[in-house]
Design a protein around this ligand. Structure first.
Ligand SMILES: Nc1ncnc2c1ncn2[C@@H]1O[C@H](COP(=O)(O)OP(=O)(O)O)[C@@H](O)[C@H]1O
Ligand SMILES: [Mg+2]
Length: 366
């Protein structure tokens, strides 16, 4: 596994950002500025260069293209530093014909994927409110560290689409086909469930400790898988799919399976959704993310780039200060934004950190 840090980015026609080079330091980068000036846009551009997609929902070329752009084309060029201090360039040309990627100025079909984690305040709400968000968090993050999981998840999702298609009755219902697909679903379900259990156990091994390290509070945190495939053999899972067939045919959709799984974050043994204050939920969520980053480090001896957007408003000053101290003690690269004046002052005083002030899409070093 490679070790990447972003050292420069330059975007033209990208939202409100000025067409100029933004330099980052390998440690903490504080991006400060009042609302609506382009802080999140900078993180979005960085995230796209690392992961190929935006973290904003339903965002496509027309939304990202600067409204003041003269040409319907976005160019983003970025320099990443590898572990061995080598630099390499990733560029993206976005236009109406699609996206084109270049590495060190050569066109590439499949660009190098760079591990990156994006943290924003809304995600903490979504996490505690919607099971699909939690599931997606787990799927994305396990896939990032486990290629077997990624492959099996793809297989499962393909089988699920096929099964739902059969159930919709569009192609005529073929019972034998359904049986065959259930075999495939059961096989994938078993592997996915086993890896999910293992993953959550690995998270648990540092979850409480991470919480304590960041917030200096002693609580017991645990991520617990809630799955109807728990403790079942592949054959038993297959039987469960089969037993649901009648219901599924009636509802025209697959009602059972690992695509319905969930997990609870237990806080001192209680389900944090009901038990915790909003602040505690945010702290638990952040600790989960940093426990994941720790796990990533343990597996690959490398860190993802960490983007933290405006979490300040969600935490009181004391806790925010602790979070920043924690970030200071870690060696991953962080880009952290805030519009909050008190916290801006704290970030400005942070020794060793690079400070960037954003004003109407223009970035100044502070
Ligand atoms: N396609 C676009 N073209 C030009 N400006 C845009 C575009 N999309 C968003 N913006 C501008 O970007 C600004 C919001 O940037 P954002 O990074 O979210 O601000 P913040 O500093 O609060 O994080 C708004 O002023 C908005 O008008
Ligand atoms: Mg913002």
């Amino acid at each position: 596994m490679e070790f990447f840090r972003i050292s420069k980015i330059k975007a033209s026609n990208f939202r409100n950002l000025e067409d100029e080079i933004i330099d980052f330091s390998p440690g903490i980068n504080c991006i400060i500025g009042e609302n609506g000036n382009g802080k999140t846009n900078i993180l979005e551009a960085v995230f796209m260069m690392a992961s190929k997609k935006s973290f904003r929902k339903n965002t496509s070329f027309p939304q990202i293209l600067s409204v003041d752009g003269e040409k319907p084309e976005i160019l983003i060029s970025s320099v990443f530093e590898k572990k061995d201090k080598n630099h390499f360039n990733i560029s993206l040309k976005m236009g109406q014909e699609g996206n084109f990627w270049y590495e060190d100025n050569f066109p590439v079909k499949k660009k190098t994927s760079i591990p990156i984690v994006f943290i924003n305040p809304f995600d903490s709400y979504s996490f505690f409110q919607t099971a699909s968000f939690r599931r997606n968090w787990m799927d994305t993050n396990i896939s990032q560290i486990n290629p077997v999981y990624k492959r099996q998840l793809n297989r499962y999702q393909k089988a699920l689409r096929f099964r739902n298609n059969l159930l919709s009755g569009k192609d005529g219902m073929i019972v034998e086909q359904l049986k065959a697909i259930d075999k495939e679903m059961a096989k994938c379900s078993k592997v996915l469930t086993d890896i999910r259990i293992q993953f959550l156990e690995e998270i648990d091994s540092t979850f409480s400790q991470t919480f304590k390290k960041i917030f200096s509070e002693e609580h017991h945190l645990q991520a617990q898988l809630q799955s109807r495939c728990l403790n079942l053999t592949e054959q038993q899972i297959y039987n469960a799919y089969r037993n649901n067939t009648e219901k599924d045919i009636e509802r025209r959709i697959t009602t059972y399976g690992v695509h319905k799984d969930d997990y609870a974050l237990l806080f001192d043994g209680f389900d944090s959704i009901e038990y915790c204050s909003l602040g505690q939920q945010k702290m638990a969520y952040l600790s989960l993310l940093f426990a994941y980053i720790g796990l990533f480090r343990y597996k690959f001896n490398s860190y993802p780039i960490v983007l933290i957007d405006d979490v300040s408003g969600e935490l009181d000053k004391q806790r925010w200060r602790k979070l920043v101290q924690y970030l200071k003690s870690q060696d991953f690269q962080v880009l952290i934004t805030t519009a909050n004046e008190n916290l801006t002052r704290e970030l400005e005083e942070l020794a060793m950190a690079k400070k960037l002030r954003v004003l109407e899409g223009k970035v100044q070093n502070v």
